[in-house]
Design a protein around this ligand. Structure first.
Ligand code: SF4
Ligand code: SF4
Ligand code: SF4
Length: 273
């Protein structure tokens, strides 16, 4: 039973947040939303504890589909970065602003880029593609595109506000639809071009402008027990994010890219990770 305690703790933490937000904001949506996310993450931890091979993918699909289909398409909440700017400019601390604060700005101080490994609806699709292990672990020098995408998303929403464009909610809904279509198209094209499922994450995704610096300080991170390690290099070879896994320093190569997928730990013949 001991191995299920972390799942119970996580579930209790989410339930506390769900009930607190429900009561303070007088909105039952928060009760449903955080209870659902808490249930899914707890389920994932239970599956992981039972050594189920696809535990991460189950969580990723249940959270990703919920956010894309239910929150995005049915409830019309733009949860992409444009939605974050939109709610920020309107001064409303809900929907995308809460989501970004928890999953992408402050949360990574605790769980790093767990969002990218277990919840993102873009990666949920990209992870079905055939290049789970990149053909090359050498990075191309095009990471600057993420800053361009970040600036473009901010400029787009700022321009809507400055021009006093009407019917903003409808525009943000269609921005969500077309924005996702563009991400998927680019993500699939890049995955095949670079033979790397996560190429979009490495070079284009604007959210990494938040995720990377915050996850540098992450409490949870993969570390190597040097006493057990035999320097076989298997962990680094299977890493989808090109992390220099056995190096324990925070500034190791591609340190801020780890998505906590645990493929390295699974591949290690010595149980050193
Ligand atoms: S880098 Fe961006 S697209 Fe990739 S998993 Fe993270 S949030 Fe999703
Ligand atoms: S394989 Fe290991 S180091 Fe690489 S992203 Fe997954 S958990 Fe992080
Ligand atoms: S797979 Fe394990 S033993 Fe091999 S280099 Fe990585 S940590 Fe060391």
């Amino acid at each position: 039973m001991k191995k299920y305690i972390p799942a119970a703790v996580i579930f209790a933490a989410f339930e506390t947040a769900a009930i607190s937000l429900w009561l303070t904001k007088d909105n039952a949506f928060y009760l449903f939303n955080f209870s659902y996310i808490g249930c899914v993450i707890a389920l994932g931890i239970v599956l992981y504890a039972r050594a189920y091979r696809h535990a991460r993918r189950v969580v990723q699909l249940l959270v990703g589909l919920y956010m894309l289909v239910y929150l995005g398409l049915i409830c019309n909440e733009n949860m992409q970065i444009e939605g974050f700017w939109y709610y920020l400019f309107t001064g409303v601390f809900e929907a995308a602003t809460i989501h970004y604060a928890v999953a992408k700005i402050f949360g990574p101080l605790i769980f790093g880029r767990g969002w990218c490994g277990y919840a993102c609806w873009t990666a949920m699709v990209l992870d079905f593609l055939p290049y789970k292990v990149p053909a090359s672990h050498e990075r191309r020098k095009i990471g600057w595109i993420r800053y361009l995408a970040f600036a473009a998303s901010l400029a787009f929403v700022a321009a809507l506000f400055l021009a006093h464009v009407g019917n903003l909610e409808r525009i943000m809904f269609w921005a969500f639809v077309w924005g996702n279509a563009l991400y998927y198209a680019l993500g699939v094209a890049l995955a095949f071009a670079f033979r790397d499922n996560r190429a979009f994450c490495k070079y284009i995704c604007p959210v990494t402008v938040f995720l990377k610096p915050m996850s540098y300080f992450s409490l949870f991170r993969v570390t190597c027990d040097k006493g057990k390690c035999v320097s076989c290099g298997r962990c680094a070879r299977v890493c989808p994010m090109d992390v220099d896994v056995p190096d324990n320093s925070r500034s190791r190569k591609n340190a801020t890219e780890c998505i906590l997928c645990m493929e390295c730990a699974r591949a290690c013949p010595r149980g050193a990770l």
